[in-house]
Ligand binder design. Structure first.
Ligand code: SF4
Length: 440
């Protein structure tokens, strides 16, 4: 019987050793990194869900230890190792593929990075999946079984999410996860210049609520004490009728979290409906307080307007995690220090900080390339969101690294963590599900 090894190169990465060491000591960061690392690899589980019954499937979540991972995968004697990797982990994927190919195992790589850099990826693996994986999956397996993989598999049309299979949660083994992922839409109608997720896998599409309901039921059957993280880029960005989706989420009884944009705080009933359905946290991009990023369309608004919208969401009992990009053009040590002051006075339940990151396929990368500002020697492993991968326009690389680290220490240190924990408790007391255990 042919066998496919599904290989996810997961985990949060930080290249800057000093920043990584500081991050491990900060109370406001501990737990968050672990929670992200424990998210199930939904894309691979979904492909496993459409794998024919005459194939066996194993799942390998690789977070470091490439040699050991290669040995473990080789022991399953796969017909094909199907890999997914982010930009920051793609060089690990290439090394792993090299070890597997040396054992005579065929390899394939998909995902956003492989989609954009398919020629580069093709030099390291036997087959590259460009774009959505679902439309070409059966053909890829068929060719692998016959030992005649093509160099590239590219869908001729975007995958119709109404045909999405049930992800194979059983491959995760008996241990439960704090959160399970469900995708309710793919892509994003916006085109923020720093975002690689919005367009690379095709146009914006929504999954019919009844399919979402089925996936939620399978998660509840496995673990009724877990939470849901919607694997969407911007839930509700253009949703025709949120009520059907919210009804499916409410019926699951599970608390849930997603990424959205501030405008939902201005939609009259929506914050209350979200809270009623079990929404406990929303990650909302405030982006930069200094630089106006391109492509943000209706998302582009004054800080005060976004803040007022976030207040309304939190009044409904939902914690807003405000996401800020630090180090965009025009930023100086002083402006980053002022951002720290602003954050200390903001009544946001939590904060996420990231650096502008030139992911392949983004307008930001194309601009940095044109301006000769990419730090070529740092390469893909620096595309972590937390490492400087470009030359800032108004400060040095070293001063941005230092300012980002100091901002992190201020924002996630003890006093701010205690203040925001207290704030989250106050917000939770307004949530209609407050009789349940407080979400972590
Ligand atoms: S709204 Fe979010 S997901 Fe959409 S393009 Fe902008 S950053 Fe990307």
């Amino acid at each position: 019987m042919p066998h496919v090894a599904m290989v996810s190169l997961s985990g949060t990465r930080v290249r800057d050793a000093e920043l990584a060491a500081v991050g491990r000591t900060l109370p406001g960061l501990r737990g968050r990194v672990d929670a992200i690392s424990a998210l199930p690899p939904l894309g691979l589980l979904t492909l496993a869900g459409m794998t024919p019954d005459d194939w066996t499937v194993s799942l390998h979540e690789v977070d470091g230890g490439i040699d050991a991972a290669a040995q473990a995968i080789a022991r399953t004697r796969p017909t094909l190792a199907a890999m997914s990797a982010l930009t920051a982990s793609v060089e690990d994927a290439y090394r792993l593929a090299g070890l597997l190919r040396a054992e005579g195992i065929a390899t394939a790589l998909g995902g956003l990075h492989a989609t954009t850099c398919f020629a580069e990826a093709g030099a390291h693996v036997d087959a590259v999946v460009v774009g959505d994986g679902e439309p070409v999956w059966l053909e890829l397996l068929h060719d692998a079984a016959l030992g005649r993989l093509r160099r590239t598999y590219r869908a001729t049309a975007p995958f119709d999410l109404s045909r999405a299979p049930q992800p194979r949660l059983d491959l995760l083994g008996p241990a439960t996860r704090p959160r399970y992922t469900v995708q309710t839409e793919r892509g994003c109608p916006f085109a923020c210049d720093f975002c690689g997720a919005s367009r690379l896998l095709g146009p914006f599409r929504e999954k019919p609520p009844e399919r979402v309901r089925e996936e939620l039921s399978a998660i509840v059957a496995r673990d009724a004490q877990s939470g849901i993280e919607l694997a969407d880029d911007n839930t509700f960005a253009r949703r025709r009728d949120a009520r059907e989706l919210l009804s499916a989420l409410q019926a699951s009884g599970l608390p849930w979290f997603t990424e959205a944009d501030w405008r939902i705080g201005e939609r009259e009933e929506l914050p209350r409906l979200l809270a009623d359905s079990g929404c406990v946290q929303l990650l909302i991009g405030f982006e930069s307080l200094v630089h106006r990023h391109g492509g943000m369309g209706a998302k582009d608004a004054s800080f005060s307007r976004m803040r007022a919208a976030a207040d309304r969401i939190q009044e409904a009992g939902i914690v807003v995690i405000g996401c800020f990009i630090v180090g965009s053009d025009g930023e100086t040590e002083r402006s980053i220090d002022e951002l720290g002051d602003t954050l200390e006075h903001l009544e946001l339940g939590d904060v996420q900080l990231a650096l502008p990151t030139p992911f392949p396929g983004t307008e930001l990368r194309r601009r940095f390339e044109r301006e000769g500002r990419l730090l070529a020697d740092r390469g893909w492993p620096a595309c972590t969101l937390f490492d400087v991968a470009f030359r800032p326009d108004a400060m040095t690389v070293e001063s941005l690294e230092r300012s980002f680290r100091e901002l992190g220490e201020r924002t996630y240190g003890t006093s701010e963590s205690v203040r925001r924990t207290r704030l989250r408790r106050q917000i939770w007391r307004r949530n209609p599900r407050r009789d349940r255990k407080e979400p972590s």
